[in-house]
Ligand binder design. Sequence first.
Ligand code: UDP
Length: 416
Amino acid sequence: MAVRVSLKIAVLSMHTCPLAPLGGWETGGMNVYVRELGRALAARDATIDIFTRRQAPDVADVVEYAPGARVIHIDAGPHRHVDKYDILDYLPDFACGIQRFRALTGSSYDLIHSHYWLSGRLGLLFKDRWGVPMVSTFHTLAQLKNRVAESAAEREQAVRYEIERRTMAGSERIVALTAVDRQQMIRHYGEHAPIVVIPGGVDLDRFRPLPRRTARAQLGLAAKHKVVLFVGRIQRLKGLEVLLRAFAQLGDLDARLLIVGGRPGTGPESREITRLQHLASRLGVAERTQFLGALAHEELPTYYSAADVSVMPSSYESFGLVAVESLACGTPVVATRVGGLRSIVRDGETGLLVPWRDAELFAERLRRVLTDDALRRHLAGQARESVLGYGWDRIAEEHLALYAEVRGEKLVAVSR
Ligand code: UDP
C-alpha cells in the first residue's frame, strides 16, 4: 500500500540548488536531500516546486527534473556562489522573484517546506501572505556548529541564530534528522513548535553492493591493498586532518586512502585542499593518499564497494548521508561519535565509533577493521540491512503523514 497525496508544496531552498554538482564547498547532503525528497514526494502525486537562487548563468528558469518535481531558479544576486551571509542582502529580490513566478504562472501552494535558516526567513514572510502552514528542516544549526568551530572564521554569526530561533517559533512543525538532533535543538533553542524526527534517505537501488573484485577492476585499484574511503565536502568540520594523522599511523599496512570531494576554484576550498596535501606530504602518506576531487553521485557506489572501510572523522554531522550510502553498499564505517553518526553507525555491528578529534583512537579502530577479517565480515554482513529503512520512498511517506497532520487531514493509503 502506498500513500498518495495531491498536495502542492512550495519548497524553499534558497542557499543551495538541489541540482548543483555535489562535493563542492557547500554542495552536499542538503542538495541530495532536497532533490531526492522532492522526487519521491512527486512520485506520490504531490506537486513540488523547489525555489532556489540562480547560481550559474546557463541554467534554465524552470527545470522539471522528475515528473511533478520542478526546480525554479530565481534571479537574486550574482549568478555564482555567494557567501551565505551575503545572500541575506538578496532575500528581498528572491522574495519578489517568487511572487512574480506565482503571478505569471497562477501557481498556488498548500504548504511551505523550508530548508536551512536562510529559507526559514523567507518562509515566515510567505506563510502569512499565502495563509499556509510551514514545515522547517534546518539541516545544520549555528549553535551546534559553533561548539566545534576551530577559528573565528568558522563561527556562525548571531544573525543566523536569531533567524533560526524565529523560524522555529513561526513553523507549524520542525523536522529533526535524528533523535540526537532533536534533543540538541531543544537544549540550545528551546521547543518552539513540535519537533518530528525524520532521517535523511538513500537511493537503495543506486547504492547497492557490487562484488569488490569488479569494483576494484573498474577503478583500476589493485586487489592486494586495503582501501580506506573518505567521501565529503572538504571542510574542516569533516575532520580530514585527524584522518590523515590516523592514516599515517598505519604505515605498516599496505593501505591506500582515497579522498573523494572538493571542487577547487573557490578561495577557501582551494586553500584547504592545498593545506591537506601539504600535511599528507609532511606525514609521509602522500604516496598512499589520492585526492580524487568531487565525483558524481552515480559514480560513488563503485567506490564504496571497492573500499574495505569508509571513514567519517567529522567533528559535527547533523546526519551523515555518506555513512548511510556506504552501509547500503555493504561497506562498514569508522566514524566519530557525533550527531547523526551516532544513530546511523551501530558500534560493533555495522562499524566502529570513535571520540572526535582523536587521531590515535581513530587509527586504532581503523587498524582493527582493516586487519581483523572476521570483524570486518561481521560489520559488512549487517551493513545493508541496517539501512533498509532509509529508502526515500519511506522518508517521503513520513513527510506526507507530517504534511497531512499539519493540515488537519487524514492520509489515504491506496494499493498500486
Ligand atoms: N557527494 C558526492 N560527490 C562528492 C562528495 C559528496 O556525490 O564528490 C555526496 C555524498 O554522496 C552525499 C553528500 O554529497 O550524498 C554528502 O552528504 P553528507 O550528509 O554526508 O554531508 P554534508 O554535505 O551534508 O555535510
